[in-house]
Write a protein that binds this ligand. Structure first.
Ligand code: BGC
Length: 700
C-alpha cells in the first residue's frame, strides 16, 4: 500500500476494460479478470465466437433441488470453469428473490424463499471459493424487476428487506465469508445501490463484517465521492466510469479523503491475494474442457431439479420397450432451451435436444416428431445447413473494420454459424472496441418457396441488404428502440422477401458501433406450414403416447425485461389440450425458466418441469421419464393459477420511478396462503416415483 502512488491507487480501482482491472507491473500487482455466471463461466467473446464451456443448470433448477451438497458441487464446477476462462472472479451466484413469477431473470435466481435461497447461495459460494475464485453475490439489493432496472427506486421496509430480500446475501457473508458482492443497478430506498451508504457500509460491512470487495453492476455506478464513501471498490466496466481519473480529481479537490481510497485498495489487494492472481495471469488463453465426470454432475443436477408435478395412474416412468410408438411434439423438443437470455447466456459445449435425448433412450424407430406450433418471438436466427459464406463454407462471414473505414481489407474475418452477435467491449487487435464496423454476409438457401421474413435487430448504426437491395438503412442509429439486448436493440425490422426453394439469397448486414456493448441479429422466418398443428394432433392420435415439449425461450425469458404474462407463447396451450383429447397418454415436459400457466393440467396424464436445465438437461429428462432417475425437484416458487393471484402483482410496475413493495413479506406462496388463494401448484410440491402411505405417528 505504501509503495503505491495516489495515481496508481485510483487507477487500480478504476477498471481497465470490460472484464479486467488494471495491473501495476512496477509493483507486481496483477490484473483481475471477471467472467459472467451464474450458469457457467462465459469467458470473453467476439461476436458469435465464444469459448465453449460448461452450461450448468440455471439457478431455479438448483433452487428446485433443495440440495445444499449439490449446490456446493455446482459451485465447485463454476469455480473450475472460471479458472479455465482465466478469470479470478465469477459474477455469480444471483440470489435476488422471485418477487413475482414474471421477473425477466426468474430463471437466474434460486427461489422465492429467503431461507432456501440463503442456504443454496452459501453452498455455491463455498464451492466457488474452494477454487481460489471469488464469487460476486448479486445483485445487492432490491433488483427484483427488470422494469427500468437502472433507475427504479425499490422502496422496501426494513423488516421485509432484512428478513427477506437481504437474507441470502447475509447468509453468504455470515456463514461462508463471501469474498465478493455486486451492487445492483437500482436505487434502494432512495439511493443507487453503488453509492448506498446504508447498504454497502452500514449493513454489509458494519453489521455483517464483510471484508471482501464490492463491484458495481456494469455501468451501474454514477457517483465518485458517494461510491467511495459507501464502500464500492471497483466500478465496472473500465475504462474507468467514476474512479480512475475522476477519483484522482476528487481526492485532489478534497472531496474524497485518501483514507477512503486506501480502504478500497486494501480490499482489492485482498481479492488479488485470495484468488492467487499473481499465479494466474488474466491474459492466459481461455480453455474448453469436456469432462465425462463433470457432465455427469450436471446431468444429475438437472434431474435433481426436475419437478414432477403430476403423474396420474403411474404414467411415468415410461419404461423403454413398453411402448411401440411415441409422438414427440412441441416447439422445444427440437430446440431445447438450456438457459435464458442476457448476460448469463454462454456458448455451451456439446448439448443435445430433447428429441435427441429421447431417441437415445427410447430408440429412433419408436419416435416421430412434429413441432405443431412455433413460439419464435423474433424471426429465428439461422444456424443450420441452410447458410453458406460467400466462399462456400457453412455459416456467415463476419468482417471487422476499424471505425467506419470499410474501404481496405478487413482487420479480421471470421466464420460463424450463428447470426446473433454480441460485443461486450471486445474487438479484434487493431480495431477500436469503442468504434468499429462489422459486416456479416451469407447466402441463405430456402427450403421452401414463398415469402420469407428477413429481419434485423441492431444496437448501432447500420443497414441490411438482400440480394443487393437495401431494405434497412439507419446510418444514424435512429430506429426506435425495442426490448432486445437490454433495451439497446432497435425494434425488429422485418422485410418480406419472395424466395424460391434452393435459390440462394445473399444477405448482408452492416453495423457501426461506438458503444461498450453492442449487438446485431439477423433472423429469417420461412413461411408457416398450414398443416403443422393438425399434423401434430393427428400424429398424437396415431401414436397413442405423446410427449409434448412446451415452453419459452431466451427471447421470452431474459435479463432486460420482465414477461407480460405467464401464459405460454403461441398456440401451445391449445396444442396440449387437443393432444390430450386424442392421445391415450399425454406427457407434458415444460421447458421454461419460470412459472407458466397450465390450463390443461387436469387434462393430461403427467407433467414434468425441467426449467432451463443446462447442457445435460435433455439426457436428464430422458433419465427421469424412463425411470433411470427419480425426479428430485420440489418447486422453489409457487405456480399461481392466474398472474393476478401473485400478491406482488397488485403493486408491480414502478410509479414515477418508484417501486413500492406494499405487499411486504407477503409475496409468493406466503401471500397467497395468507389470502387463501388456491395455487395452481404449491410451493414445495414435487412427486417422486414409488408409493407411500401415512402411518400412525411415532416419536423417535
Ligand atoms: C448484469 C449482471 C452481469 C453484468 C456483466 C449486467 O447487465 O445485470 O448480472 O454480471 O451485466 O455482464
Amino acid at each position: 500500500m505504501s509503495a503505491l502512488t495516489l495515481e496508481e491507487k485510483c487507477r487500480l480501482l478504476g477498471g481497465a476494460s470490460t472484464w479486467r482491472t488494471h495491473a501495476i507491473p512496477r509493483l507486481g500487482i496483477p490484473a483481475i479478470k471477471m467472467s459472467d455466471g451464474p450458469n457457467g463461466a462465459r469467458g470473453e467473446s467476439l461476436g458469435a465466437n465464444r469459448t465453449p464451456g460448461l452450461n450448468i443448470p440455471t439457478s431455479i433448477v438448483i433452487g428446485a433441488s433443495w440440495d445444499v451438497g449439490l449446490a456446493q458441487e455446482l459451485g465447485q464446477l463454476l469455480g473450475r470453469e472460471a479458472r479455465r476462462k482465466s478469470a479470478h472472479v465469477v459474477l455469480a451466484p444471483a440470489v435476488n428473490l422471485h418477487r413475482t413469477p414474471i421477473g425477466g431473470r426468474t430463471f437466474e435466481y434460486l427461489s422465492e424463499d429467503p431461507e432456501l435461497s440463503a442456504r443454496l447461495a452459501s453452498a455455491i459460494v463455498r464451492g466457488v471459493q474452494s477454487n481460489d475464485v471469488s464469487p460476486t453475490v448479486k445483485h445487492f439489493a432490491g433488483n427484483d424487476t427488470e422494469i427500468d432496472r437502472m433507475t427504479v427506486d425499490a422502496q422496501i421496509d426494513e423488516l421485509t428487506l432484512r428478513e427477506f430480500y437481504l437474507r441470502p446475501f447475509e447468509a453468504t457473508v455470515l456463514d461462508t465469508g463471501a469474498w465478493g458482492v455486486m451492487s445492483s443497478y437500482n436505487k434502494l430506498n432512495g439511493e443507487h445501490a453503488a453509492n448506498n451508504i446504508e447498504l454497502l457500509r452500514h449493513i454489509l460491512r458494519d453489521d455483517w463484517g464483510f471484508d471482501g470487495f464490492v463491484v458495481s453492476d456494469w455501468f451501474g455506478a454514477h457517483d465518485t465521492a458517494g461510491s467511495i464513501e459507501a464502500g464500492l471498490d471497483v466500478p465496472m466496466p473500465g475504462p474507468s466510469t467514476v474512479y480512475g481519473r475522476h477519483l484522482l480529481a476528487a481526492v485532489r479537490e478534497g472531496r474524497v479523503s485518501e483514507v477512503r481510497v486506501d480502504e478500497r485498495v486494501e480490499a482489492l489487494l485482498l481479492l488479488i491475494e485470495r484468488t492467487q492472481a499473481h499465479e494466474r495471469p488474466a491474459s492466459s488463453a481461455e480453455q474448453t474442457v469436456d469432462d465425462a465426470n463433470e457432465r455427469e454432475v450436471v446431468r444429475r443436477a438437472a434431474a435433481a431439479g426436475a419437478v414432477l408435478v403430476r403423474n396420474e395412474r403411474g404414467t411415468l416412468p415410461l419404461v423403454p420397450g413398453s411402448v411401440r410408438s411415441i409422438a414427440v411434439l412441441g416447439p422445444n423438443a427440437r430446440v431445447t432451451r438450456t438457459q435464458g437470455g442476457g448476460s448469463s447466456s454462454l456458448q455451451s459445449i456439446e448439448t443435445v435436444s430433447l428429441l435427441k435425448g429421447l431417441a437415445e433412450r427410447y430408440g429412433e424407430d419408436v419416435m416421430r416428431y412434429r413441432r405443431g406450433v412455433s413460439i419464435d418471438k423474433l424471426a429465428p436466427i439461422i444456424d443450420d445447413e441452410t447458410l453458406r459464406t460467400p466462399e462456400g463454407a457453412r455459416g456467415w462471414r463476419v468482417e471487422y473494420y476499424d471505425r467506419d473505414d470499410v474501404s481496405g481489407d478487413p482487420r479480421r474475418v471470421d466464420t460463424t454459424l450463428q447470426s446473433a452477435l454480441t460485443y461486450f467491449g471486445a474487438a479484434p487487435p487493431g480495431v477500436d472496441p469503442f468504434d468499429f464496423t462489422v459486416v456479416v454476409t451469407g447466402d441463405y438457401l430456402p427450403t421452401v418457396d414463398g415469402t420469407h421474413d428477413v429481419s434485423l435487430v441492431l444496437t448501432g448504426m447500420g443497414s441490411l441488404r438482400v440480394n443487393g437491395e437495401t431494405v434497412v438503412n439507419d446510418p444514424q442509429g435512429l430506429l426506435p428502440r425495442g426490448r432486445e439486448y437490454f433495451g439497446f436493440g432497435s425494434e425488429e425490422q422485418l422485410h418480406g422477401i419472395p424466395m424460391k426453394k434452393g435459390v440462394p439469397v445473399r444477405i448482408e448486414a452492416r453495423m457501426r458501433t461506438r458503444a461498450g456493448f453492442s449487438a446485431l441479429r439477423i433472423g429469417i422466418r420461412s413461411p408457416e406450414d398450414p398443416n403443422e398443428f393438425s399434423d401434430a394432433v393427428a400424429l398424437a392420435e396415431e401414436s397413442g403416447t405423446a410427449i409434448v415439449v412446451v415452453g419459452t425461450n431466451d427471447e421470452w425469458e431474459t435479463e432486460g425485461h420482465d414477461r407480460d404474462t405467464i401464459v405460454l407463447p403461441g398456440r401451445q396451450d391449445e396444442l396440449v389440450s387437443r393432444v390430450a383429447k386424442v392421445a391415450k397418454r399425454t406427457i407434458v415436459v415444460v421447458n421454461a425458466g419460470a412459472p407458466v400457466a397450465m390450463p390443461w393440467l387436469e387434462e393430461v396424464d403427467a407433467v414434468l418441469i425441467g426449467f432451463f436445465g443446462g447442457m445435460e438437461m435433455s439426457r436428464a429428462i430422458a433419465d427421469v421419464l424412463s425411470g433411470e432417475r427419480d425426479p428430485g425437484g420440489r418447486l422453489p416458487i409457487v405456480y399461481p393459477r392466474r398472474l393476478e393471484d401473485s400478491p406482488a402483482m397488485r403493486d408491480y410496475a414502478p410509479v414515477n420511478g418508484v417501486q413500492k413493495y406494499t405487499e411486504g413479506e407477503w409475496f409468493g406462496w406466503r401471500g397467497q396462503a395468507r389470502a387463501g388463494v388456491e395455487p395452481l401448484i404449491p410451493f414445495g410440491h414435487g412427486l417422486s416415483y414409488g408409493d407411500s402411505a401415512w402411518g400412525a405417528p411415532r416419536v423417535v
